[in-house]
Design a protein around this ligand. Structure first.
Ligand SMILES: Cc1cc2nc3c(=O)[nH]c(=O)nc-3n(C[C@H](O)[C@H](O)[C@H](O)COP(=O)(O)OP(=O)(O)OC[C@H]3O[C@@H](n4cnc5c(N)ncnc54)[C@H](O)[C@@H]3O)c2cc1C
Length: 349
């Protein structure tokens, strides 16, 4: 089999890279090991314009949101599924300090277009313990699991997907040729997520993978269209709720921990009146980077070896804007922004 691009990994990054290359008429083949605990399959897929306890406006969010709406809407139409849901985020202000931070955000006026009127707060009064107030933001959620499975079906139907573990040591490489187990390609693109720390071409980059845990649960007689953000997130998803997003940099495995579950239960007890019934508890490793910016571009020595990675904690919003830059770079149409190009780390190679 001969293709223009061989893509390694079909999480969010590999899916969007494959989609854009196909759109430009390029032939592709994808190798993915169908790992059930990839970051993309566990993530909530939230696109949040203002994050953290101090309500900080997300980096480049004014460009990221329009690119996300365009990409996920277009891809959803092509796949015949709804990938993007508009969901407001209700920030529960539970102490005076958070109230001050929220007031600062309003005063600065930097995130004005994302701030919404909170009209139906009474609906939450029976669910939540006492709180100081609320702030409401417009946000989005991407159904990443559906995106990946629906796109994998398309690739499988076209015999463009091999489900196996890619062995980095088995690749054959010359200037205009990439060979791997009977596949010949002109280029290879690595979208291998946190596994990139074992990738001999790109392990010089400053990855700082971060394990995160997620719990799905149900609550009796409670429905919400909105996402609640208190000490933890409560995200309505497919008739259940999603919560989680912890950070662990040492134990980089995919084992859910009792420590996380116990802390989560304590947080939930202080937030909501009802006792949550846990449906599932999972963990995955995010491809995070020191400096928290994506890593994309072409290998300093091998000009047909590329990477699209480093989506960290915010892949849903970062990927659509930067994948367009990345593809245009591959096609020789324009260059990648300095802040996300791997050229910024060339001295480490
Ligand atoms: C608990 C948690 C919550 C999160 N919540 C959010 C959120 O709400 N919003 C948000 O924007 N982001 C969130 N994230 C982050 C988000 O998941 C990532 O930014 C994004 O999914 C990374 O996508 P990726 O394709 O780069 O990596 P991955 O999803 O890890 O995909 C990499 C793929 O490559 C495959 N692969 C790797 N190496 C090989 C190999 N050698 N051979 C074959 N296949 C290989 C893997 O199996 C996988 O399928 C969350 C992450 C976690 C863990």
């Amino acid at each position: 089999m001969t293709v223009d691009y061989l893509i390694i990994g079909q999480g969010l990054a590999g899916t969007l890279v494959a989609h854009h290359l196909r759109k430009h008429g390029k032939s592709i083949h994808v190798i993915d090991n169908a790992h059930k605990n990839s970051a993309s399959k566990i993530a909530a897929g939230l696109i949040n314009p203002v994050t953290g306890r101090k309500y900080v406006k997300s980096w480049r969010i004014d460009e990221l949101i329009p690119a996300s709406i365009k990409t996920y809407t277009e891809l959803g139409q092509e796949l015949g599924v709804d990938l993007l849901v508009q969901q407001n985020i209700l920030r529960i202000i539970f102490d005076q300090k958070s109230e001050r931070y929220w007031d600062d955000l309003i005063m600065k006026g930097v995130a004005e277009k994302y701030i919404q009127e909170s009209a139906d707060i009474e609906a939450y009064q029976d669910l939540l313990h006492q709180f100081h107030g609320v702030g409401e933001l417009s946000g989005y959620r991407v159904n990443l699991e559906l995106l990946i499975s629906a796109f994998a079906n398309v690739l499988s139907g076209e015999k463009s997907l091999t489900t196996e573990d890619f062995k980095y040591s088995s690749i054959e490489l010359s200037d205009h040729f990439v060979g791997y187990k009977g596949i010949s390609a002109t280029h290879v693109i690595f979208c291998d997520g946190a596994r990139a720390i074992h990738n001999p071409f790109f392990n010089y980059l400053p990855f700082q993978p971060a394990k995160g845990e997620a719990i799905k649960f149900v609550l009796d007689n409670f429905q919400s269209k909105k996402i609640l953000r208190h000490k933890q997130f409560i995200i309505p998803m497919d008739g259940q709720f999603w919560s989680g997003g912890s950070y662990e940099w040492e134990e980089l495995n995919e084992e859910p921990t009792l420590g996380f579950k116990e802390k989560w239960l304590i947080d939930m007890q202080s937030m909501i009146v009802q006792k949550p019934q846990i449906v599932s508890h999972q963990a995955a490793v995010r491809p995070a980077v020191k400096g928290r910016r994506p890593l994309l571009g072409t290998h300093p020595k091998y000009k047909n070896v590329h990477i699209f990675n480093g989506l960290g904690t915010k892949g849903s919003s970062l990927a659509p804007l930067f994948v367009e830059q990345f593809i245009n770079h591959l096609l020789g149409l324009n260059s990648i922004d300095e802040g996300v190009s791997i050229e910024r780390f060339e001295s480490l190679y």
